[in-house]
Design a protein around this ligand. Structure first.
Ligand SMILES: Cc1ncc(COP(=O)(O)O)c(C=O)c1O
Length: 498
């Protein structure tokens, strides 16, 4: 029953927790709102050819045929069988939170193989989790108290606001990186973030980086990695390296994992430094193998206390035993993994080249990149004004009129308006071709119009479905205004005029 008090105070309504009613999940970000718009009007080649094309989802669908051929050739793995005999009962009952030893071994070997076998991973240091989402959160629970700070270079993966902050109470302090040097991390940006955290009375517990970067699609240079190691040694803090995209590196420079850098440095030898205990890797098969629905992730750490605590925490997000069984068979097939890794990289490279070339023809540039499932696209010249409001205005046009859901840089906490993350590996080649044509038409129409282009029903840009048409424009405008309003205060400020 609702009392007057509960009606006045939403937090006490129904005696719910603050977590349930607070806004720190980040669901209101344009990153997630774009997904919602796509869901309402998804493109389909024959059923809804004028629908929105999803380019805001970092999925890898380019090598499904390789996985499917392997399954066809190895029916036991997916059929709950070993040597032709059913092991259904064994799998239905097995659920030790340490994970299936054969799977941990296969996963550790796969991680080494992706790094050219230059480093090896000890399965004893692996903790299995339900995806990298769960791995990142569990690590935060291990490293930080509520109110402690984690430093992250910008722009960063929008999901981190949810994964690192929401349930743990940790705070993210951005390490501001800019286009002036290709968004590379500098010593002064690291110091600036550290000082900002101290000014806010936050204790800094770790730096977290994504290598290769989401959303930049770039691998970190050896200089950047060394800078980070030196920084965490000097501050006595942790370093988390989310290497979920390590298998997507399709051209030079090659990928260097943080453990390779540690192994190379004399000042990091375990006999002279405890830094190995403070460096942790997050991994997952969501991107490299393209199976985000299987929910397979991991923490790799040499710190026994972290491994033991995270293993206990993994009870809240285990990988199911049939998934572990299936993948241990697949990843132990070295002939398959070698071919898969090489072919997947080749396909990603070709996709990346088509998108970059198509955008170039439209007069749109991208940050030079060599990894990931997306490009970091520079549309600053298409802004009406150099502000985050103008970025959102442009984004709304691209979602509603052009029919492409891409992610605005502001959703990735980029400090400069006008950058967008555009995904290219979650669709067919034909759909990518169509999205490039839509962008080209949009740019041409924008350029030929003296003022902002007029979009009218029947033109090449009116992409809304009949369902949306029938809603009327006032409802739509109300919704759009809400989007802009919902952006974080940081993004409501105008950036410096160029
Ligand atoms: C950098 C980064 N970390 C973690 C995740 C979450 O991955 P998972 O599907 O394995 O939970 C993503 C997903 O996009 C990501 O880009």
């Amino acid at each position: 029953m609702r009392t007057k008090e509960s009606a006045d105070h939403p937090y006490s309504m129904g005696m719910l927790s603050k977590k349930v009613t607070c806004n720190s999940h980040g669901q209101d970000s344009s990153y997630f709102l774009g997904w919602q718009e796509y869901e309402k009007n998804p493109y389909h080649v024959s059923l809804n050819p004028s629908g929105i094309i999803q380019m805001g989802l970092a999925e890898n669908q380019l090598s499904f045929d390789l996985l499917e051929s392997w399954i066809a050739e190895n029916p036991d793995a997916a059929g709950f069988k070993r040597d032709g005999q059913s092991i259904f009962r064994e799998l239905a009952l097995f659920q030790d939170y340490h994970g299936l030893p054969a799977f941990k071994e296969a996963l550790a070997d796969f991680m080494s193989e992706i790094r050219g076998n230059r480093v090896s991973f000890d399965p004893k240091n692996l903790v299995l989790t339900a995806g990298a989402t769960s791995a990142n959160e569990a690590l935060m629970f291990c490293l930080a108290e509520a109110g402690d700070a984690i430093l992250i270079p910008t722009p960063y993966y929008p999901g981190f606001d949810r994964d690192l902050k929401w349930r743990t109470g940790a705070e993210i302090v951005p390490i501001p990186c800019t286009s002036s040097n290709g968004f590379k991390i500098t010593a002064s940006a690291l110091e600036e973030a550290y000082t900002t955290a101290h000014r806010q009375n936050l204790r800094v517990k770790a730096v977290l980086v994504t290598n290769p970067s989401n959303p930049l699609g770039t691998t970190m240079s050896e200089d950047e990695l060394n800078l980070l190691v030196t920084f965490v040694i000097s501050k006595g803090i942790h370093l988390v390296s989310d290497e979920i995209y390590s298998g997507t590196v399709f051209s030079s420079p090659s990928f260097k994992s943080i453990v390779e850098v540690l192994s190379d440095r004399p000042d990091c030898r375990p006999s002279v430094s405890d830094v190995w205990d403070r460096v942790h890797i997050v991994y997952s098969l969501s991107k490299d193998l393209g199976v985000p629905g299987f929910r397979v992730g991991a923490i790799y750490s040499s710190n026994r206390t972290v491994v033991e605590a995270a293993t206990k925490m993994s009870s809240f997000g285990l990988v199911s035993s049939q998934t572990q069984y299936f993948l241990s068979a697949m990843l132990s097939d070295k002939k398959f993994t070698g071919r898969y890794i090489a072919e997947n990289r080749l396909r990603l490279r070709r996709r990346h080249e088509s998108l970059v070339a198509g955008l170039r023809e439209a007069g749109i540039g991208c940050l030079d990149s060599n990894a990931g499932l997306f490009c970091w696209v520079d549309m600053r010249h298409l802004l009406n004004k150099y502000t985050f409001e103008a970025e959102i205005e442009l984004w709304k046009k691209i979602v509603y009129k052009v029919g492409l859901n891409i992610s605005p840089g502001s959703s990735c906490h980029c400090t400069e308006p006008g950058w967008f993350r555009v995904c290219y590996a979650n669709m067919t080649e034909e759909t990518l071709g169509l999205s490039i044509r839509r962008i080209k038409e949009f740019v041409t129409a924008s350029a030929s119009a003296a003022t902002a282009p007029t979009y009218c029903s029947g033109s090449g840009y009116e992409r809304r479905s009949h369902r949306q048409h029938s809603k009327g424009s006032s409802g739509k405008n109300k919704f759009l205004n809400k989007w802009v309003f919902r952006l974080s205060p940081l993004h409501r400020h105008e950036a410096d005029d160029r």
